[in-house]
Structures are given as structure tokens and as C-alpha cells.
Design a protein around this ligand. Sequence first.
Ligand SMILES: [Zn+2]
Length: 80
Amino acid sequence: MKLQQARKVMRGLLGAMLLSMVLAALLANMVFALLSVILLLAFISYTFSHWRCPHCGEFLGWNLGKGIPFCPYCHQRLDL
Ligand SMILES: [Zn+2]
């Protein structure tokens, strides 16, 4: 449950960052460029603190795609 929620937030941050990057490029706007950097840093720090195995606490890496059925470290089932 917590991991699914974390993934939603991560995807939201990533989507907002991409949108901001596109706007920065299209409008040549420094505000959006700066916002993109801030969102990227927010995404990285959020991922490092929340994208962890609920059993052993290891970081699960940057693969957010299909979900990870088992923790690669302790091999316990992850509810994704
Ligand atoms: Zn684990």
C-alpha cells in the first residue's frame, strides 16, 4: 500500500518535471527551467527516502515500470 502510494507520488513528480522542461524549452522561460531542476531534486530525494523495501528497508532502484514482485535483497514479497 505504502509503495503504491510512493510510486504515484514519484510518477506525479516526474510528470510535472517533464511538463516543466517542455514549457521551459518552448517558452525559453527561466522560471520553468528552474522549476524543472527543483522538481528533479524533489523526485530524487523523495525516491531515495520512500522507494524502499518495507521488510528490510533497502532502496529498490530506479525501475518504476512494471513493479517489482519480490525484494532483490531479502526476497520477501512486495505488494505492488
Ligand atoms: Zn527487502
